[in-house]
Design a protein around this ligand. Sequence first.
Ligand code: CMP
Length: 144
Amino acid sequence: MERTFVMIKPDATSRGLIGKVIARLEEEGLRVTAMKMLLIDKATAERLYEVHRGKPFYDGLVEYITSGPVVAMVLEGEDAIARVRRVIGATDPSKAEPGTIRREFGLGIRENVVHAADSPENARREIGIFFKESEILPWKGDLG
Ligand code: CMP
């Protein structure tokens, strides 16, 4: 069983898409084992996106991700990291595969509905920014 970190972004929470995004992930057989809605402060945004520091889009990204509520989640499942990334699609919604979350709901390359960890190392690091181990619930068997 693999863990990954997923975050529903302000463009999606503000458009009432929280339920739709979580439904897609659950339909894929992934289980939510931790979840919280919060406003991210600047320091946390900078920590989450530290690999992007210095890139042309970095300042705008930090401003956007702190502009409204996000939903941070831990999802678990077999091969969860790759499966979540397949369901959400490419960073740029216009380049994402039809049927993916970003293709269906994304507004643009920054306002792209959802963030997901891209490797086991980043999943661990990102989960650790938002959750204590005691806040992640035990897996209770297969979905469906
Ligand atoms: P995410 O998967 O959260 O990882 C980094 C984020 O930076 C990305 O989704 C987008 O929200 C944003 N991003 C990536 N590339 C660009 C870009 N070229 N212009 C604006 N925002 C970007």
